[in-house]
Design a protein around this ligand. Structure first.
Ligand code: NG1
Ligand code: ZN
Length: 531
């Protein structure tokens, strides 16, 4: 077959370094960019096969998110804009690790297992972030697609969530929106402007937001979007990529893990600020108070704000829809406590990695999911969307109900339901704060975070740690959990857990306790128990 000849020929241009083994992890493949050329070519091949089996457009995003500039990575996007299915993650690893001479056999094995109809047309959307290596690597993906006779559309520089959005729009024949970057801005910004009109007495000062673009793609895209906002939001953009290095001392991951502001940003007391990560799928907020103390509002605070807003609207609209918040073990204990006991919403805890949260959120009428690091979105079931729409279109309704239904409808439109999206989340948060007339300080005061600490520990083999109960308890190595339990008992309001990272060769240690000193000590002691 000629397509296999072409694969053979082209794979010679993208050879695999012999013996190199990489794994499709929590966020796809991610490592030093120098090691990724063959992976990209092969992911182009795999996406083409996936497109043929699903008879739908598949996405391939070239990015390493919050990782350093020297790294890169790739992840596949399934037809509805979601992460690729677990079976195909296994295929991705197999194809990536086949030695050069075994590549065709590995490819044919997948074709056979999935009974891929090779005469079916294939379409793949490709996007990339701003890393120096991304242009070369995304070309390797495109080469992979064309080697198998697939069609591709290169979206060039886009955020990860924008690519997910395009794939979903394409596969729903435009019902979700138009599969263009312009269409994305129009849909989100129009909904944002309609929401903002519900904010009474909003001053120019309150419409101001400082954004740290992490010197990445998010900064470019915020600039592109600005004209669509019609001055309803005034953005001061920092770390826009003109000087600093991607993710270096800035961005959502830096701010969350270091619990301090990014460099390169001017922060005035009380002013709202937020940081994106390197591919703009995460967002965290923060401010500095009049004493100069830094306050972080992470994914848990975001989930709380959004779910409170939605719950109030459901009550006003008289809609009986089941709303839940999905978190991971990293969620601050105070947030879980507040959500369950004060707000009385259902809270679920899943393993780390958005695909787990996403699936859990799909089980409810409205599922708000956020990782503490700021990656998250809101999912509305089809039935919930229909009920909201019917109510919004019902002209006989009394004012309050109608207003709530319209707010819910525009909330749905401002959200990118395919995946966590810093731009979309930012617009929703800004709209909610404006509508509720809330300052960032008032939002922060909804509950007080328990002091916490995250550490990374290098071990010879992180896979010896196995966990259960949504990663909150270690089942191996023997004795580790007992050791953690003993340490935790020494502190008040304490909790700690360890798990192997899915994106770095480290074990992550998390601890929280009544005071920062206790959290720091506990994290340190637990990290010693991991060795
Ligand atoms: P790992 O490396 O598996 O902890 C990290 C984040 C995840 C997720 C992925 C993908 C933490 C503790 N972990 O995963 O939440 O965002 O990266 O980017 O923040
Ligand atoms: Zn990211």
């Amino acid at each position: 077959m000629s397509e296999f000849q072409e694969v053979s020929k082209q794979s010679g241009v993208h050879p695999k370094p012999a013996g190199l083994v990489l794994q499709y992890g929590t966020a796809g493949f991610r490592t030093n960019a120098k090691l990724l050329d063959h992976i990209m070519f092969r992911m182009g091949l795999l996406a083409t096969l996936r497109s043929k089996t699903t008879k739908a457009t598949i996405g391939v995003m070239v990015t390493a998110s919050h990782n350093p500039e020297e790294d890169n990575g790739v992840k596949l996007v399934d037809p509805m804009g979601e992460m690729v299915s677990p079976t195909w993650e296994v295929y991705a690893t197999q194809l990536a690790n086949a030695e050069q001479e075994d590549l065709l056999a590995a490819l044919k094995d997948i074709i056979e297992k999935e009974a891929v109809n090779m005469s079916q047309e294939a379409k793949v959307f490709v996007g990339k972030d701003t890393r120096g290596s991304s242009a070369r690597l995304s070309q390797a993906v495109l080469d992979g697609v064309s080697a198998l006779g697939g069609h591709s559309k290169d979206y060039g520089l886009v955020t990860t969530p924008q690519l997910h959005y395009m794939v979903c729009c394409q596969n729903t024949q435009g019902k979700y929106g138009e599969a263009t970057v312009e269409g994305y801005y129009k849909k989100l910004c129009q909904a944002f402007i309609k929401l903002s009109k519900n904010a009474s007495n909003c001053t120019d000062d309150q419409k101001h937001l400082s954004v740290d673009g992490a010197n990445g793609i998010g900064a470019l895209k915020v600039r592109e979007m600005e004209s669509h906002l019609k001055k309803e939001l005034h953005i001061s953009l920092f770390n826009d990529g003109s000087e600093g290095k991607l993710n270096h001392q800035c961005g959502a991951d830096f701010v969350k893990v270091q619990q301090k502001p990014p460099t390169g940003m001017e922060i005035n007391p009380g002013e709202r600020c937020c940081s994106f990560d390197g591919d703009a799928d995460r967002i965290v907020y923060y401010y500095s108070d009049s004493e100069g103390t830094f306050h972080l509002l992470d994914g848990d605070k975001v989930a709380t704000l959004i779910s409170t807003f939605l719950k109030e609207l459901l009550t006003s609209a008289g809609l009986d829809l089941k709303i839940a918040v999905v978190q991971t073990a990293y969620a601050n204990g105070s947030s879980t406590n507040y959500l369950e006991n004060t707000m009385k919403v259902i809270v679920r805890c899943t393993k780390t990695g958005v695909k787990h949260l996403h699936h859990a959120a799909q089980e409810f009428d409205i599922g708000v999911y956020f990782e503490a690091n700021g990656h998250g979105t809101v999912l509305f079931s089809k039935a919930a969307e229909e009920k909201i729409q019917q109510l919004a279109e019902n002209s006989s309704l009394i004012d309050e109900k109608k207003r709530a239904a319209l707010l819910l409808q525009n909330t749905i439109n401002v959200i990118n339901q395919t995946v966590g999206d810093a731009i979309s989340d930012m617009l929703l948060i800004e709209a909610i704060l404006a509508i509720k007339g809330m300052t960032i300080h008032q939002w922060d005061a909804i509950y007080t975070d328990l002091p916490n600490r995250q550490l990374k520990v290098k071990v010879s083999d992180r896979k010896v740690i196995d966990t259960t109960d949504a990663e909150r308890r270690a089942v191996s190595p023997a004795g580790l959990q007992e050791a953690i339990d003993t340490l935790v008992k020494k502190y008040r309001k304490a909790r700690s857990f360890v798990r192997p990272s899915g994106t770095e060769d480290v074990v992550r240690v998390y601890a929280e306790a009544e005071t920062q000193d206790s959290a720091d000590d506990l994290a340190h002691e637990v990290s010693l128990a991991v060795y």
